[in-house]
Structures are given as structure tokens and as C-alpha cells.
Ligand binder design. Structure first.
Ligand code: C2E
Ligand code: CA
Ligand code: CA
Length: 760
């Protein structure tokens, strides 16, 4: 029995040392506490072994050894208490009780050490065993020993309570972590009490100290984390959102979780589905040596498409032998859907569903990079679109834009792309052969009528750019198509314009003129030229004031180059004001020089009426300069009067009543010239030069001319014909009864100095 005990204790000591070395190498929490505890247990067991091995003749040594054993049991429970606090996550004792316990443990130890000499705690006696072969030490406890017992048992009870409390509170998977230690500790206490009650020859509880220490290290190292891990794994497989197919090494399906069942089909055929899935996969990935392969795939189940991230895994043992396979299916449908929505938002115009600008640019580049035929870019713009918003509301405006987008989408053929640049500006790239101008215009017109009242007609413009260089920047192509639109903007009789290189030239010219206009006006680069007007008796009536630009680099620039540009830009009134003032000043000067019978005709542009108070301007001029109002004649073109704008007609009436003569310029160049005469009470009719041009219909022209002249006679209006270039024309006009002439035959427009030199 004795030898068995010795052998057992020796084995337990070595086992505990092995545990210490394992724990030291691991990364577990509370490692220090566990090591302390096991070393203490090792020490306790060693002390006991030392005690039982002391030979009978060394009684004092036996007392010392037994004292060491007793005091170490005191420290063992102290360390057990510290470990228990960490292990159970119960807040450790605060400083004061810790100090008390520490002091008691120290006093207990001291008492046992002193006992070696005083024998106040216990005595030992060498006894012969019943077999008369072995001898053992019998310990005789004295009264003061009770203090040691109280100290140790109360700590033990405290520890048991901690474990019991945790055991009750802990979730099921953690219960084992506490229950085993609780059970062992109870056993230690019970055996200890039993040994002392039965006055056993040996303290068998020492064996349990060691097993307790060993099982604590086992639990700290493995047991509970592994259990937890198993639980987590099974939770992931069972309850997770990841579908799972598992197979043995022969490809036989050994498990399918519910998620996978739902992803693929009903339970009925799921095993067959899983098995054929694996065999198809292996066929597809033949020759791929990877053990883990991930792929995005879709499955259709009951007509519903599911996007999956499939991970295939082959399991191998440490020797590389195949253990089995598994598939994990992660449902990405929602993610893919969100991604697609994001993608759509990032690349589309939300109102129309067409590409947005940046996506359109990419799309055009992509299409043109693969272009095998000519392409064109078509831009559209609705005239006065903001009126739709104002009159019918923005909803109606939005509906119109959406309708146009639909129309453009329907037009798309071959590789095409459309976008809304902003507001009502659209742009389409399409193969040239599919652009059918008539069809496009018709579709556009039909769209423009949608939802709006029939009295409201929207006009629109199309700019077409035939792409010659596919590598040209996309926005340059767009600018060119827009340039074509800009060149017809404001025209009601044109809807389509094709970009030509001259357009670019024209736009550059426009920019140049507008850029230097202010300075040119300030530096008086604009000069008044005069073209004489001659009466039918050959006498000089006066002159028409015609502007010339003395460009510092280009020389004399004729008015048809810059007047339309200034009119379009709304700047013509500033030039006209300057010309009218020059004419008024000149008339005042001539009056002073005794030439008050000469008149000057000035041109008034329609645009002047929008930017100026024309009546007020001429009233002020008459006030500022001393000239005869009758001598300043105001030429206004027939086309300006044709629109019959109330304010213009009123202004002209007012000017007439102030004494100014109004001349209708370019008479006969319009469509309803005669109708005009009934509404406007002009003073002089200035017949356009087209009637004098040599054409196939010269005869008809002369007839018309004759009739205009005779009709104006009847109306009591003097007539002047412009563009008289030959004697023949002059003679004919004279015969027809024309009152005055203006033309190269008599004189070309000339500087004021030249004019004065020639006629004064
Ligand atoms: P317009 O008012 O019809 O002026 C008559 C134009 O006919 C002038 O051209 C004149 O030089 C030209 N002309 C005169 N006799 C003959 C001829 O026998 N044969 C031919 N082929 N042409 C002749 P110009 O000076 O180039 O002016 C062109 C237009 O520019 C004018 O047409 C007028 O509409 C505008 N314009 C000229 N000066 C001004 C101005 O100060 N203000 C405004 N608003 N417009 C002006
Ligand atoms: Ca004129
Ligand atoms: Ca004219």
C-alpha cells in the first residue's frame, strides 16, 4: 500500500510538471495563476512524500516535514482562491481582506515551522504497521491545530461557494467548466475530513490535490474553449446564413443544411442535387489542383435567381489523403441587387433613365473604339423649354423630357448611346446610316405635342455632327453638334443644322468681334460713311449713313461681318446710338454751313427697340443738336415691321408726330410687303435692290417695280430705289416715276470728308 501510494504521488508530481511546461507554452488567459497553483500543489505533494519517507529514527525531521506539508496546504487553498477569482471572473477580494488572509497564512506557516521545536500544533510518533514489516508516522494533532483547520476550511468553503454560484448562473456549455472543479474540490474536502475522522494512516486527500491541479490545467488549456468552439461550429453550420453541402471522400453527400436546401430545391431531391453539383463542379475544374476554390455563381430555383458566392473545399489529412469535400454557399443576391442599383444610379440620369454625362462619355468612347462604319452625334434643344415649366408646371416639363428620352431610346439602332446633358438638352451617338432626318424630325414633333394644349407649339433644334475622327474628344464632338444648333437658334423656319468647318470659323469670328467691340467703340474705330441719295432732277438729296469698321489690323471691315453678330449678342444698339449721334452732329454742322437742305438717313435695327427707348433717344438728340428734324430720316427694315409689334408701331407713330420721317427699308424683299402698307403710315418707301438684279425674271421684276412705284404715288409716298448700278436702270426708274436713287451708279459709300469735298 505504501509503495503504491509513493509510486502514485511520484507519477502525479511528474504529471503536474508536464502540465506546467504545457501551460507555459500556451497563450491562455490567467496562465500565471494556473502555474502558481500547480507549482504549489507539486510542492504540497512533494512535502507529503518527504514526510512519509522520513526514517523512524528522525522524529524531529518528520515533524518539520509534516509542518511543511500542513503549511503548504494553507498556501494551496490561498492560491486556489486567487485562481478561482480569475477563472470564474468574480471580482477578487479587495486589499484589506487579502491582507488579512495573507497575514493569517503567514501566521499559520510560522506556527507550523515553530512547531518543529515546540510541538504545540501536533506531534509525530513512529508506528509499526499491522504487517510488522513497515513503519509509518502517526500524527497527533493538538488543540491549536483547530485554527489551521478553521482557516483552511473557511477558505475552501468560500471557493466552493464561488464555483457553485457560477455553476448555477453559467450557460449550459460553460457548466462543465465549473462543475468538474467543484466536484473535485468537494471530494478533496470530504476525503480530508474522512481521513482525519477515521484517523487514517495516510492523508489520501493529497492525491486529490494533485488530480485537482491537473484537471484545472486541462480545463484551462483545452476543455472549455474546445467545447465552445464545437458549439460555435455547429451553430454556424446549423443556424447560419451560409448554405452547406458536405461529402465523404467518395463524393457521397453526408450532410446538407437547411439554408442550402432552401437555396436549391425541396428536401426531396436535395441529396441527388448535391451529388450532381459536386460531380459537375469537379468536371468543370478538372486539372485545377487547388483545394479551395471560390466563384460567383447563380442558381435559379422556382424561377427565382439567386446570386451565390460558392466556396469549394477539399479536406485532406496530415498525410495528404482525401477526407471529403464541402461547398459553402453565401447568398449575395441582396448585395448584388444593391450593387446594381448603385451602379445604375452612378451611371444614369434619374429622370429619363438615359446615361448620365460621364457614363455617356465612356459609352461613346467604347462604341467608337470598335466602330466599323461612320457615326454621327445628334444634339437636340427645345426652344423656350422653360415656358413649358412656367405654363404647365415642372411635372409636365419632366413628362415631356421623359417622353423625349423614350423617343430617343426607340430611335437607337445598332450600337448607340443617348444622354441628357442638362435640362432639355439631349445628345445621341448613332451609326450615320440610321440617322434619318425626316423620321427624327417627325418623331420629335410628335413628342413635342404630348400633353400640351394644341395652341402651344414648341419649336426645337437638332444639331448633327458627322464624326470624322473617332479619336476626337467626346465633348468636342458634342460642342460641334451644339455649334450647329447655335447657328440656327432663334430661327423658326429651321430645325436641323449640320456642323461644317465654316461654322467653327464663324463662331471664332463672333468671339473675336465681341471681344474687341468695347475697345473699338471707345477708340472710335467705327466710322460713318455716307452714300449719296440723288433726286430725279439730278440734285443731291442727302445720304445714307453706313457704318464701317476701321480695324487696326484688318483694315476696313464691312457691316455684314459684324452687324449680325452684334445683333445676336444684343449689342447693336450701342453702335446705332453712336451712329445716330454722329449723323445728328453732322446735320447740325451742315446747318451751320448753310447746307440745311441735305438729309441723312440712319438705320434702326429691330433689336434697338428692345434695348433702348428709341423715341426718347431721338427726342434727346434733337434737343442736344441744332438740326432740322425732317432732315434726319429713320430707316427701318420691312422685316422688322412685319411682326407688327405694338410697341414698335407706337414708337414710330410718336417719332413721326415729333417730325421725323420714317423710311421703310428693303421694301419688297419680304413676303407680304403690300399688306404692310395698309397698317403702317410711313413717309418714304425704299425699294430693295433685288428688283434691279439681272435674273431670268427681269421682266417680271420690272413690272413689279413699276407697280410699286405707281402704287406709292397713289398713296402719296415718295419712293427711293437702292442698288442702282447702271445708267439703264437709272433711266428706267426715272421713267417709272421714282423720286430718288441710291447706288454705285451715282456713288459708292464714302467717308464724310470725301462726301463733303465732292458735294460742297
Ligand atoms: P442697307 O441698309 O440696305 O444699306 C444699303 C447697302 O447697299 C449698303 O451696304 C450699301 O453699301 C449697299 N449698296 C449701295 N448701293 C449699291 C449698289 O449699287 N450695288 C450694291 N450691290 N450694293 C449697294 P453696306 O454698307 O455693306 O451695309 C449693309 C447693311 O448693313 C445695310 O443694308 C444695313 O442693313 C446694315 N447697316 C449698315 N450700317 C448700319 C448701321 O449703322 N446700323 C445698322 N443697324 N445697320 C447698318
Ligand atoms: Ca438702310
Ligand atoms: Ca436697304
Amino acid at each position: 500500500m505504501f509503495l503504491v501510494l509513493l509510486f502514485l504521488l511520484l507519477a502525479l508530481i511528474s504529471l503536474m510538471l508536464v502540465c506546467v511546461s504545457f501551460i507555459n507554452r500556451s497563450h491562455i488567459k490567467n496562465r500565471g495563476r494556473v502555474v502558481q497553483l500547480i507549482l504549489m500543489a507539486t510542492f504540497t505533494v512533494s512535502c507529503y512524500m518527504f514526510f512519509v519517507l522520513v526514517p523512524p529514527e528522525y522524529a524531529a525531521l518528520a515533524v518539520f516535514a509534516s509542518g511543511l506539508y500542513f503549511l503548504s496546504t494553507g498556501w494551496l487553498v490561498v492560491f486556489l482562491m486567487l485562481f478561482a477569482a480569475d477563472y470564474t471572473n468574480i471580482r477578487p477580494l479587495s486589499r484589506a481582506p487579502r491582507c488579512v488572509i495573507g497575514s493569517l497564512a503567514c501566521a499559520d506557516s510560522l506556527s507550523f515551522l515553530v512547531n518543529t521545536f515546540t510541538h504545540h500544533m501536533f506531534e509525530v510518533e513512529s508506528k509499526m504497521a499491522e504487517d510488522f514489516l513497515t513503519q509509518y508516522w502517526k500524527v497527533q494533532l493538538k488543540r491549536p491545530y483547530i485554527f489551521h483547520r478553521i482557516f483552511v476550511y473557511s477558505l475552501a468553503i468560500y471557493i466552493l461557494c464561488i464555483f457553485a454560484y457560477r455553476l448555477v448562473k453559467a450557460p449550459a456549455i460553460y457548466k462543465r467548466k465549473y462543475s468538474v472543479i467543484l466536484f473535485q474540490m468537494t471530494a478533496v474536502v470530504a476525503v480530508n475530513i474522512l481521513c482525519s475522522v477515521l484517523k487514517a494512516r495516510f492523508d489520501y486527500s493529497v492525491i486529490l490535490y494533485a488530480t485537482l491541479a491537473i484537471s484545472i490545467s486541462y480545463f484551462a488549456l483545452y476543455a472549455s474553449p474546445r467545447g465552445l468552439l464545437r458549439r460555435i461550429q455547429s451553430t454556424i453550420i446549423g443556424d447560419s446564413v451560409i448554405g452547406l453541402f458536405a461529402y465523404d471522400n467518395a463524393g457521397k453527400c453526408v450532410g446538407v443544411n437547411q439554408v442550402a436546401e432552401k437555396m436549391f430545391a425541396g428536401e426531396a431531391q436535395i441529396v441527388e442535387i448535391a451529388e450532381s453539383y459536386l460531380s459537375e463542379w469537379r468536371e468543370e475544374h478538372q486539372g485545377n489542383p487547388e483545394n479551395v476554390i471560390s466563384e460567383e455563381r447563380t442558381v435559379t430555383n422556382n424561377g427565382q435567381k439567386t446570386h451565390l458566392n460558392v466556396t469549394y473545399q477539399k479536406f485532406l489529412d496530415e498525410k495528404g489523403r482525401n477526407l471529403g469535400y464541402c461547398f459553402q454557399f453565401e447568398d449575395r443576391t441582396e448585395m448584388v441587387r444593391k450593387y446594381m442599383i448603385e451602379q445604375y444610379r452612378a451611371t444614369h440620369d434619374m429622370l429619363t433613365g438615359l446615361w448620365n454625362r460621364s457614363a455617356f462619355e465612356e459609352e461613346v468612347k467604347r462604341i467608337l473604339a470598335n466602330a466599323a462604319e461612320p457615326y454621327c452625334m445628334v444634339c437636340s434643344n427645345i426652344k423656350d423649354f422653360k415656358m413649358v415649366n412656367e405654363l404647365y408646371g415642372t411635372d409636365a416639363g419632366d413628362r415631356l423630357l421623359a417622353a423625349q428620352a423614350n423617343m430617343m431610346r426607340r430611335q437607337e439602332q445598332g450600337s448607340s448611346a443617348s444622354t441628357r446633358i442638362f435640362a432639355d438638352r439631349f445628345c445621341t451617338l448613332m451609326p450615320r446610316r440610321y440617322f434619318n432626318e425626316e423620321q427624327f424630325l417627325e418623331n420629335m414633333s410628335r413628342t413635342m405635342e404630348l400633353g400640351l394644349s394644341s395652341s402651344f407649339k414648341l419649336h426645337f433644334y437638332l444639331g448633327v455632327y458627322d464624326i470624322t475622327d473617332v479619336n476626337e474628344p467626346v465633348w468636342t464632338m458634342y460642342d460641334k453638334a451644339m455649334m450647329a444648333i447655335d447657328s440656327i437658334r432663334g430661327n423658326y423656319d429651321r430645325s436641323v443644322c449640320y456642323y461644317k468647318e465654316e461654322l467653327l470659323q464663324h463662331i471664332l469670328e463672333e468671339k473675336e468681334v465681341l471681344g474687341v467691340f468695347d475697345r473699338a467703340l471707345e477708340e472710335k474705330q467705327f466710322i460713318m460713311f455716307l452714300q449719296p441719295q440723288i433726286a430725279n432732277d439730278g440734285s443731291l438729296v442727302g445720304a445714307e449713313a453706313l457704318v464701317r469698321w476701321m480695324h487696326p489690323e484688318k483694315g476696313i471691315v464691312p457691316p455684314e461681318v459684324f452687324i449680325p453678330i452684334l445683333e445676336k449678342a444684343g449689342l447693336i444698339h450701342r453702335l446705332d446710338l453712336y451712329m445716330w449721334e454722329n449723323a445728328a452732329k453732322k446735320l447740325a454742322e451742315w446747318k451751320q454751313r448753310g447746307k440745311e437742305e441735305l438729309s441723312i438717313s440712319v438705320n434702326i435695327s429691330t433689336k434697338d427697340f428692345f434695348f433702348l427707348d428709341v423715341y426718347e433717344t431721338f427726342r434727346t438728340l434733337a434737343e442736344k443738336y441744332d438740326f432740322d428734324i425732317k432732315r434726319l430720316k429713320l430707316e427701318i427694315t420691312e422685316s422688322a415691321l412685319m411682326d407688327n409689334v405694338r410697341e414698335i408701331l407706337n414708337t414710330l407713330d410718336n417719332l413721326q408726330s415729333q417730325g421725323y420721317d420714317i423710311e421703310i427699308d428693303d421694301f419688297g424683299s419680304g413676303y407680304s410687303s403690300l399688306g404692310l402698307l395698309k397698317d403702317i403710315n410711313a413717309d418714304i418707301l425704299k425699294i430693295d435692290m433685288i428688283f434691279l438684279q439681272e435674273t431670268k425674271n427681269t421682266e417680271r421684276s420690272t413690272t413689279i417695280l413699276k407697280n410699286i412705284i405707281s402704287m406709292s404715288k397713289e398713296l402719296g409716298m415718295p419712293v427711293i430705289t437702292e442698288g442702282v448700278e447702271t445708267k439703264k436702270q437709272a433711266d428706267f426708274l426715272m421713267q417709272a416715276g421714282c423720286d430718288m436713287f441710291q447706288g454705285y451708279y451715282f456713288a459708292k459709300p464714302m467717308s464724310v470728308e470725301k462726301f463733303e469735298k465732292a458735294y460742297f
